[in-house]
Design a protein around this ligand. Structure first.
Ligand code: DAH
Length: 339
């Protein structure tokens, strides 16, 4: 029996040695250690061994099994190592190969314009703030001197969620939030989405505005006009011309509308500017003292001015985008052209 076991060990070692891959090694494992394996059958038939030899034979057989298991594990490790090495050699990455063409991302045109405008305002000392797109009637209208049933409400076709809560129709709601929260003097600018029940090729129910508000001692119309002149030059270039028209907004007195050289025709006159060479960019004005008072600011000590440009129209013109909806659809075919 002893010789037989030694022979099994020798055979197993020889066969393990010859294995070139994991599959072969597994076959050898089954042959010697599996249920029908040579070693297993010896261990199973121990009762046929005379009792006085059983202990020695048992120890010997278990010893052989351990040695075979060890040899298989060792060989397995070696085979895995060689397989990995081979794969690494085969799968070498050639970093000198030319690429398959890059897919470059880019900022959305609205984001680009937004960043440009913000940079200009921040350089002038404004703080950028953001606020709710869903707001109460008070912030969107009442505190801006537009009480219920005021005809000015018809200027903006609002989307109400409840009697008292609506999607803000203008970023001007941020004027009220700012005046309630900040101590004058302050200069804030708020970029954001606004919503109105409007829908055609140049109007979308969702669009973008900025709200800029300056509250300080002795500030007025001349400061507003000078600031807008500087902003327009930085936005559209030194040659841009500005035109001011009287307007009406309930929260500013006086109110003005600012036009700038049409960016489509550079002032020559085109269908967009209806031949005038100018297109409208800003609503603006001196903050109505009533509005300051409603938000707890002493209108005898402080005054303010505000302006609120819509940005979608400018982005459409500068990028020659025919329909405002392209700005919101996230269609890759359109966005790729905007790089
Ligand atoms: N919120 C106004 C609108 O959506 C635009 C506007 C006008 C904003 C005058 C202002 C302002 O800050 O002073 O039509």
């Amino acid at each position: 029996m002893k010789e037989k076991l030694e022979q099994i060990l020798k055979d197993a070692q020889g066969e393990i040695e010859k294995c070139d891959d994991v599959k072969m090694l597994d076959e050898v494992r089954v042959k010697f250690l599996g249920k029908q394996g040579e070693l297993t059958s010896i261990l199973r038939n121990m009762k046929e061994v005379p009792p006085e030899e059983r202990k020695t034979v048992g120890m010997l057989a278990n010893g052989v099994r351990e040695k075979v298991e060890e040899a298989i594990a060792k060989k397995g490790e070696k085979l895995n190592e060689t397989a990995l090495k081979l794969a690494m050699e085969k799968e070498k990455i050639d970093i000198t190969m030319p690429s398959k063409g890059e897919k470059r991302g880019a900022l959305h045109p609205l984001t680009r314009f937004n960043n440009k405008f913000m940079d200009i305002c921040v350089a002038m000392g404004f703080t950028v703030i953001q606020g709710p797109e869903i707001d109460t009637d008070y912030y969107n209208f009442e505190a801006l001197n537009v009480p219920k049933n005021h005809p000015a409400r018809d200027m903006q076709d609002s989307l109400y969620i409840t009697d008292n809560i609506l999607l803000r129709t203008q970023t001007s709601n941020m004027q009220v939030h700012a005046m309630e929260e900040l101590k004058p003097p302050f200069k804030i600018v708020c970029p954001g989405r606004v919503y109105r029940n409007d829908d055609d090729s140049s109007h979308s129910p969702i669009f973008n505005q900025f709200e800029a508000l300056v509250v300080d001692e002795n500030v007025g119309l001349k400061d507003l006009m000078k600031m807008i002149d500087v902003i327009l030059k930085k936005l559209f270039g030194e040659n841009v011309k500005m035109r001011v028209r009287p307007a009406y907004f309930p929260f500013t007195e006086p109110s003005i509308e600012i036009d700038a050289t049409c960016q489509m025709c550079q002032g020559k006159g085109c269908s967009l500017c209806k031949g005038t060479g100018f297109s409208e960019v800003f609503g603006a004005g001196v903050v109505n003292p009533k509005v300051l008072e409603m938000s707890g600011i002493d209108s005898k000590k402080y005054s303010g001015f505000a302006f609120g440009p819509g940005i979608d129209r400018s982005v459409m013109v500068t990028n020659k985008i025919p329909n405002i909806k392209y700005l919101f659809r996230n269609d890759m075919r359109f966005l790729k052209q905007m790089r």
